[in-house]
Design a protein around this ligand. Structure first.
Ligand code: 0L1
Ligand code: MG
Length: 262
């Protein structure tokens, strides 16, 4: 990125797209030189704007954690985004399509931290030791790009498509479950849509979070006690429409359900 004007332009585009529910074209179409680092810079400024507007950070999400999705996008590492208070839905609250563009649902395992976690050299074991509970979760992603088409720098600037998230009501101690072998079945309106296991997330969801903590350290940041981390989708995203009811059922962890309305 060469000039502030271009940077501001990128920031304004992703900012407005979320607020106005307006699809935009990829930033890299107009700015082919836009890098992943530029993407994180825009994301950081976007979150700073949201905080100025009165919102609070509640945690983070990892994206692009499965090998098939990385291969599909030609990237070799996951992305991350920031979760804000307005994105959190209690189980029972609906996903409102009138607030979003073209949302999709992903089954994920959420971590609730008991301690701060700071890189460098954090391992999956450190992540498990710092985790109080894990929850079954559904992430609602909503890329602001037309037809969900983007490159890694684009999606990073768009806060990794973060839109909404829902945690299941039953927390589970991390020591009581094997998150790698844990099976998951996602249904839509009672029909099976996708199946998978925790190992789909970089071999183990805690490994994905360790990668993230070390990445955050490079930007001078850390995870804080009480934050929620969505560790990444176990399967591909499920398409949804108003009227649909989506449920993610996890072995031992229980389930989480969300209803979609206009
Ligand atoms: O949470 C995710 O894995 C999605 C990250 C961004 C990519 C997408 O919108 O599909
Ligand atoms: Mg996700």
């Amino acid at each position: 990125m060469t000039t502030t004007v271009r940077f501001e332009d990128c920031l304004n585009r992703v900012d407005r797209a979320e607020k106005e529910r307006e699809e935009i074209i990829r930033l890299t179409e107009d700015y082919p030189e836009f890098t992943v680092e530029d993407g994180y810079e825009v994301q950081e400024q976007l979150i700073a704007r949201r905080i100025q507007e009165g919102n609070k950070i509640t945690g983070y999400k990892l994206g692009l954690t499965s090998k098939p999705k990385q291969e599909m996008m030609g990237v070799h590492e996951p992305s991350y985004g920031v979760l804000l208070d307005y994105m959190h839905l209690e189980e029972g609250e609906p996903v409102r399509f009138s607030e979003l563009i073209h949302p999709k649902a992903e089954p994920e395992i959420a971590f609730y931290l008991n301690e701060d976690l700071e890189g460098p050299s954090v391992t999956g074991v450190d992540v498990l030791a710092a985790t109080k509970y894990v929850f079954p979760a559904i992430e609602i992603i909503d890329s602001r790009y037309k037809d969900f088409k983007f490159t890694l720098p684009d999606v990073v600037a768009d806060n990794s498509s973060s839109a909404r998230y829902i945690l299941g009501g039953r927390p589970c101690k991390v020591s009581d479950v094997d998150l790698s072998l844990m099976g998951m079945v996602m249904t839509k309106n009672g029909e099976i849509e996708t199946t998978g296991a925790g190992a789909a997330v970089l071999g183990h969801p805690a490994t994905a979070i360790a990668w993230f903590v070390n990445k955050l350290h490079e930007r001078g940041e850390k995870l804080r006690k009480g934050q929620v981390i969505l560790s990444g989708a176990i399967t591909g995203a499920v398409t949804i429409k108003p009227g649909d009811v989506v449920q993610a059922n996890f072995e031992k962890l229980g389930s989480v359900t969300v209803r979609c309305v206009e």
